[in-house]
Ligand binder design. Structure first.
Ligand code: GDP
Length: 165
């Protein structure tokens, strides 16, 4: 999950070579829950780019996400992706509350770390990290590949491997 333009589609394509996610040139193009099978046991669900603050109680899109998070028995973990240059916002807070209320394991991914110099990056990681209070935070560059393999390993070992259906 993540805001439009955070690099979600790019990251999906980088981590899983099934070339599923359409890399959009226009922000906000992804609008449905899309299910992709990595293998028999391992599925990735690509949820819409948001806008949650705007859509919270009005749009069907958010209702679908809410239902999915509330009711999907075999949901094992959530990956919340942000552009590292952005701030933790209302949309992220809404999602975090859902994850925590539903007991959904989650990881915060700060993408596009290649866009910041070292000190700016450290500052952003610290600031966002303090606000997010995420159980796990990973900083990656989908473009350069920094941290992406480790992220996939984390997702596999924490959300997939050994978990009951
Ligand atoms: P989505 O809307 O979240 O699915 O984002 P996209 O995957 O379409 O990416 C939005 C833009 O960010 C594209 O131009 C990508 O090439 C770019 N992008 C994605 N990841 C990175 C990254 O790690 N570093 C940089 N510099 N650009 C990235």
């Amino acid at each position: 999950m993540g805001r439009s333009n955070c690099g979600k589609s790019s990251l999906l394509n980088k981590l899983w070579s099934f070339k599923v996610a359409f890399v959009s040139s226009t922000p906000g193009r992804t609008s449905l829950l899309n299910f992709y099978a990595v293998n028999e046991k391992y599925r990735i669900v690509d949820s819409p780019g948001y806008g949650f603050a705007k859509v919270a109680d009005t749009k069907i899109g958010f209702q679908a996400i809410r239902e999915y998070l509330n009711e999907r028995d075999n949901l094992r973990g959530a990956v919340l992706i942000m552009d590292v240059r952005r701030s933790w916002g209302d949309e992220e807070e809404v999602l975090k509350d859902y994850f925590n209320a539903q007991g959904i394991s989650w990881v915060l991914v700060l993408n596009k770390i290649d866009k910041l110099n070292r000190s700016a990056l450290q500052k952003q990681i610290k600031t966002i990290g303090e606000e997010a209070e995420a159980p796990e935070l990973r900083a990656v560059s989908t473009l350069k590949g920094d941290g992406t393999q480790d992220l996939e390993k984390y997702i596999y070992s924490h959300f997939v491997k050994g978990k009951k259906r």
